[in-house]
Ligand binder design. Structure first.
Ligand code: ATP
Length: 356
C-alpha cells in the first residue's frame, strides 16, 4: 500500500491544537479504506524552540523535511518574540528554502456558514487567489541605518524578476484554465507603481497568449477590494503580488464567514521539494489552549494536501465530510457564533469518514 510521509509542524498558539486535529482526520481517512497510509513526523519548531535554542528551527531543518511528501503547518507567532523573527525564522524559511512560489488560497462559503455579504449566495462566491510567494514586497531586500537617530533610514525594496512573474502568471493561467469558468483577474497597481507593476502587466499579457481559452481582465488592487464586496460573482481566479494577495485573501476569508475556515497551500509546482499546507489564520493567542479553535481551515488544508498528492477521491470525501459538519450549526465553533469545541468538530468529521 502506498505510504505518504507527512511532516507536521504545529508551530505556535492554536497551531498546536489544529494540526493534531488535522492529523486525526487524515488518519481516519486512511483507515477508512482510502487505499493509502500516512507516516507522520512531528517537528516541535516555533516559539518554544526559539526560547530553548535561539532560533525558530534548526539550521539543518530543511534537510529533515526534504524527503517528505508534504508538510502540514499550523502557525508561527509568539507574543514575546517579534513577528518578523517568527515569520522569517520558520514559515518563510520553509517557503523560500523549498521555492514554494505559488501560494494558493481557495475561498467559498461553505454550507451552514453565515457570511457577511447579505446579497451573496454561496454560488456567487467561489474564488481562488494565487499569491506570488517568493519575491515582490517580501523579498527581504532593504535595510536600516542610523537606528534611533533623527537621520535614521529604513527601506523595504520590492523586487520582481521576469522569471518570477512569468512562472506565477503561467501557474495562475493554468489554474484558471482548469476551473469551469476559465476566468482570471490579474490584480495590479501599475497606475502608481510604474516600474515593476508595469512589467507585471506586460508579462500577464504575454503569458495570456499561451491560454487563448482563458478570459482575463486586469483590476487595480484598491478597486479589487470593492469588487470583492460589491460584485463577488464577477471574480473566479485571481493572481496578485505577495503583499496584495496577502491582504486580499484575509478579506476573502472574512467575506466567506471566518478566518478559521480558510485554507492555503504553498506549492512548488515543479515538485522538486515538498509543498506545505496550512490554515491562513495565525496563532490566535487569545483563544489558545482552551480547545476553542476552529479546525476547519486545517481540515480544508488537508483536502488541498490530498489533491496535491493526487488523491482526488479521498480529497473529495474529506471535503464532503467537512461540508456536512459546517452545515450543522451545533458543530460551529465560537468564531462562527457557535459553542462547539475543536474536539467536537474533529470527532464529527472523523465519524462521517468512518461511516462512509
Ligand atoms: P498571528 O500574529 O500569528 O498572525 P493573530 O492572533 O494576530 O496571529 P489570527 O490568529 O490570524 O491573528 O486571528 C485573529 C483572530 O481571529 C484571533 O485572535 C482569533 O480570535 C480569531 N481566530 C483566528 N483563527 C481562528 C480559529 N481557527 N478559530 C477561532 N478563532 C480564530
Amino acid at each position: 500500500m502506498k505510504t505518504y510521509k507527512i511532516a507536521c509542524i504545529p508551530g505556535d498558539g492554536i497551531g498546536k491544537e489544529v494540526v493534531p486535529a488535522g492529523q486525526e482526520v487524515l488518519e481516519a481517512l486512511a483507515a477508512s479504506g482510502a487505499g493509502f497510509r500516512f507516516e507522520f513526523t512531528s517537528f516541535g519548531w516555533g516559539g518554544d524552540w526559539y526560547r530553548a535554542h535561539g532560533k525558530m528551527m534548526p539550521d539543518d531543518g530543511l534537510e529533515a523535511l526534504r524527503d517528505q511528501d508534504a508538510i502540514l503547518f499550523g502557525s508561527a507567532g509568539d507574543p514575546h518574540i517579534p513577528d518578523h523573527v517568527t515569520l522569517w525564522g520558520l514559515r518563510l524559511k520553509i517557503c523560500q528554502g523549498f521555492d514554494q512560489y505559488a501560494n494558493v488560497r481557495p475561498t467559498r462559503i461553505l454550507p451552514g456558514i453565515d457570511a457577511p455579504l447579505k446579497r451573496c449566495t454561496p454560488k456567487d462566491l467561489d474564488w481562488v487567489i494565487v499569491r506570488e510567494n517568493s519575491e515582490g514586497e517580501y523579498a527581504g531586500v532593504g535595510g536600516r541605518a542610523h537606528q534611533g537617530h533623527p537621520i535614521e533610514v529604513a527601506t523595504d525594496v520590492s523586487m520582481m524578476t521576469r522569471a518570477g512573474v512569468e512562472r506565477i502568471m503561467r501557474f495562475a493561467f493554468k489554474l484558471a484554465q482548469s476551473r469551469p469558468r476559465k476566468q482570471l483577474t490579474v490584480v495590479t497597481k501599475s497606475n502608481a507603481q510604474r516600474h515593476a507593476m508595469v512589467m507585471w502587466d506586460e508579462i500577464a499579457l504575454a503569458v495570456s497568449k499561451e491560454f487563448p481559452d482563458v478570459k482575463w481582465d486586469k483590476e487595480l488592487v484598491d478597486a479589487c477590494t470593492a469588487r470583492m464586496v460589491n460584485r463577488p460573482a464577477s471574480l473566479d481566479t485571481l493572481v496578485a503580488t505577495n503583499l496584495h494577495a496577502d491582504i486580499l485573501s484575509d478579506l476573502a476569508a472574512a467575506l466567506a464567514g471566518s478566518l478559521g475556515i480558510a485554507p492555503t497551500g504553498n506549492i512548488d509546482p515543479e515538485r522538486r521539494y515538498p509543498s506545505m499546507f496550512e490554515p491562513i489564520h495565525g496563532s490566535a493567542f487569545d483563544i489558545m489552549g482552551k480547545g476553542l479553535a476552529n479546525p476547519v481551515g486545517t481540515f480544508w488544508s488537508c483536502v488541498m494536501l490530498l489533491e496535491h498528492l493526487g488523491e482526488k477521491e479521498a480529497a473529495a470525501r474529506l471535503m464532503q465530510a467537512i461540508e456536512e459538519v459546517t452545515a450543522d450549526p451545533k458543530l460551529h465553533t465560537g468564531d462562527l457564533g457557535g459553542k462547539a469545541k475543536t474536539a467536537d468538530v474533529t470527532a464529527a468529521v472523523v465519524s462521517r469518514l468512518k461511516n462512509r
